[in-house]
Design a protein around this ligand. Structure first.
Ligand code: IMP
Length: 429
């Protein structure tokens, strides 16, 4: 019996929601271990669509759902999302939802700062989700964050807020912004604390107990490995570690608990926000992928940039996240294309390389080297067995496996849960 970590192997939006939902059915516990409500996971169950940002996808299945210490939690968003799901008929109680007592909180001042930085003409626009994710992680690493457990100690909350504001008000003065009063933050937090505190727990202990019971634990990654703060296209990344190793640090279960790493991989490439994208297509093919693939952000409504499959990047992710197998999604978006290109290497300043260099300048200069494959005329949409796939589509999948050095464990052929071809059950591996 294995525990499974799900990570995005590209820049996010690979279709993790559906796969996590599919795996949740087989799991006993679902854990979020990094990021916050910048994630956008869509689950379609019996034609009903559920959109999750912060809460673990397992909730919709009634599975024990855990928000780990690696997540930054906006308490107001937490309550709103919970209410929205309840409105769709999902039962949410402290019995099935736990939030780490040591999780740092996102405050209104983080959201404001995120937006101000994005709008500033600093020459480096990241294109963030403006949810306050980056500033909240900065405070965590700076050892001045307000954590969930602090809400349970109102007597000592005020000095913690004052310490936090020593930093933020200095920053605000420098930017010509009005200072924030400690009372305002105190009220912001105490007005919501009784709605979130019932869910607080020592999640590392909950998970340890579950593990010893033999429960199957699913770690639900958000964003994608190329947005990882260390291994991604820095500085055009998110502020957390999105690679699989974070599942251990961000939940409090040691790395020996992570058995199978499933990399969710789109059959082509997309990216939201700014930053390098070697295979980006500004032509009618890029438009075709965007339209047929409905490439619009779940949370922000932003159009996603689209391009051919980049095997160099996914091969790199397979290594940095120790991916055991991939779940290939959205193959049907390529249906009907005459020919399909795959990036197999890069040219950098006249030399061929087989990796994405770390330097921002070099990342902007690499040129994709493509191999061209014949497309297929039949459809892959809704296929539930390999036999239903056109021969050329199978060839494309096999080619990708070979290039990235990881096998396909699952093939998703539509947003519906049942339209999934299982090759290997990650929990049984
Ligand atoms: P932040 O996480 O809001 O700070 O945004 C940093 C970068 O990560 C931006 O390029 C965002 O577009 C990107 N990003 C954050 N969350 C997601 C996601 O769930 N899917 C895709 N991109 C994301």
């Amino acid at each position: 019996m294995a525990n499974v970590v799900v990570v995005g192997s590209q820049w996010g939006d690979e279709g993790k929601g559906k796969i996590v939902d599919w795996l949740s059915e087989r799991a006993d516990v679902v854990v979020r271990f990094h990021g916050g409500h910048n994630a956008g996971h869509t689950l379609v169950i019996d034609g009903v669509s559920y959109k999750l940002a912060l809460l673990p996808s397992g909730l919709v299945q009634g599975k024990l759902s855990v928000i780990g210490n690696g997540v930054v939690v906006d308490p107001h968003h937490f309550v709103q999302e919970m209410e929205k799901l309840r409105g769709q008929g999902v039962t949410i109680t402290p019995e099935i939802l736990r939030v780490a007592d040591n999780a740092p909180l996102i405050l209104s001042l983080h959201r404001e700062l995120d937006g101000i930085r994005e709008d500033a003409n600093s020459g480096l626009r990241i294109g963030t989700t403006r949810r306050g994710i980056g500033p909240a992680y900065e405070d965590k690493v700076g050892r001045r964050a307000i954590r969930l457990v602090d809400l349970s100690e109102p007597d000592t909350l005020m000095p913690k807020i004052e310490r936090l504001l020593t930093h933020h008000n200095a920053l605000r003065r420098g930017m010509g912004l009005a200072e924030i009063s400690a009372e305002a933050i105190y009220t912001e937090l105490t007005s919501i604390s009784d709605q979130i505190l019932p869910f607080m727990d020592q999640v590392w202990r909950v998970l340890d107990a579950k593990r010893r019971e033999g429960a199957r634990i699913l770690f639900e990654g958000a964003q994608g490995a190329l947005l990882d703060n260390d291994h991604g296209t820095y500085p055009f990344v998110t502020s957390s570690n999105t690679v699989s190793g974070q599942a251990a640090a961000g939940s409090g279960l040691g790395p020996t608990a992570l058995d199978y790493v499933l990399g969710i991989t789109k059959a082509y490439t997309t990216r939201v926000g700014e930053g390098p994208f070697p295979c980006e297509l500004d032509d009618e093919i890029g438009q075709h992928l965007a339209t047929v693939g409905r490439e619009v952000g779940v949370n922000t409504g932003r159009a996603r940039r689209c391009g051919w499959f980049d095997a160099v990047l996914v091969r790199q992710t397979v290594k940095t996240s120790g991916i055991t197998g991939i779940a290939l999604t959205k193959l049907d978006v390529l249906d009907g294309l005459k020919e399909i290109k795959v990036c197999v290497g890069y040219e950098l300043d006249g030399s061929r390389i087989d990796y994405l260099p770390a330097s921002m300048g070099a990342q902007a200069r690499v040129k994709p080297l493509y191999e061209t494959l014949e497309g297929w005329s039949g459809t892959t949409a809704g296929a539930r067995s390999w036999a239903e796939l056109p021969a050329q589509a199978v060839k494309y999948v096999r080619y990708i496996e070979e290039l990235i050095g990881a096998p396909v464990a699952l093939l998703s052929t539509s947003p519906e849960r049942a339209d999934t071809i299982l090759v290997v059950d990650p929990f049984q591996d």
